[in-house]
Design a protein around this ligand. Structure first.
Ligand code: ATP
Ligand code: MG
Length: 268
């Protein structure tokens, strides 16, 4: 016999909304969590929270859009997904060139239009538009890009939702100057720069947050070696180095890791 509990169970576990949030998808972009390694992360998160509040509360600005801009591997995608989840808005959608692989320009534009039209149907929506350069098919050689996608994005970023509805757009990009040239920067209420990690302390902070990597002795050595060093490395690249170090022999783990930091992060 089927009873109410079965329906509730199905609602919880089996039924995916036809449009709107798919939490697993968002989670997949934050596979290694969010480590608050320093002020740059705090700044982005605070701005994100401020903009969520603005979207919910303000009557004057039903459309709020932010751009998280930073070097490759700095954690843009994960932070954008994280802020979107923080909003707890009923309609969340993630647009990425990855899921539009092989789409024609026209199909891409239609897909983007559909996502925003669906967003306009919900009282509170948040749309993440990841890697603007990839969506625009930007290539520095030439340079080339899809003007159709550019015009579509410009219009979609400007179109306020119908009366009584609110929309928060969170975009990410790597090349601020290119977006500026394409006239896309002006579309955003706020452009937030996300920096790479710049000091050994940032790195040590991450090591502290990650379990089962280095033992207490190794951590003491690392703290001494790292504390006054300048570095330049993105969180994604650092997590990769840590993962490699984890697989190495205990005897060579620390020197190997430090050697990699010198090579990849310019530490000296
Ligand atoms: P790309 O330039 O290739 O697009 P990206 O800047 O978008 O890279 P992400 O794909 O977001 O980088 O990768 C960041 C990874 O680091 C994710 O696995 C995420 O879970 C993890 N991470 C840990 N701490 C943070 C943090 N403070 N900010 C962002 N990501 C973090
Ligand atoms: Mg990314």
């Amino acid at each position: 016999r089927i009873c109410r509990a079965d329906f509730m169970h199905a609602l919880e576990n089996d039924i995916k909304p036809a449009f709107g949030i798919s939490k697993e998808e968002f989670d997949s972009y934050i596979s290694n969590g969010i480590i608050i390694w320093g002020q740059p992360v705090t700044d982005v998160l605070e701005e994100g929270q401020l903009r969520i509040r603005q979207t919910v509360k303000s009557e004057m600005t039903p459309l709020v859009s932010i751009l998280i801009e930073g070097p490759p591997n700095s954690g843009k995608t994960a932070l954008a997904a994280h802020i979107a989840l923080l909003s707890k808005f009923p309609y969340l959608k993630f647009c990425t060139a990855q899921t539009m692989l092989g789409f024609s320009e026209l199909a891409k534009c239609q897909q983007l239009k559909k996502i925003f039209e669906d967003a306009h149907k919900s009282s509170l929506s948040c749309v993440v538009v990841d890697e603007l350069e990839s969506l625009l098919e930007y290539a520095p050689v030439g340079p080339r890009y899809s003007n159709n996608v550019l015009q579509t994005l410009k219009l979609l970023f400007k179109r306020p939702p119908p009366k009584g509805r609110k929309l928060l757009i969170i975009a990410t990009a790597t090349h601020r100057d290119i977006l500026e040239q394409l006239g896309l920067l002006a579309s955003f209420s706020k452009v937030i720069h996300l920096s790479n990690m710049t000091s050994g302390r940032h790195i040590f902070h991450v090591l502290n947050e990650i379990e089962h990597c280095f033992n207490d002795n190794e951590m003491r050595v690392l703290e001494k070696k790292l504390h006054d060093k300048k570095v330049w490395i993105g969180i994604k690249a650092l997590l990769d180095l840590i993962e490699v170090a984890r697989q190495a022999d205990e005897s060579s783990r620390v020197p190997r890791f430090l050697g990699q930091l010198e090579e990849v992060a310019g530490m000296n």
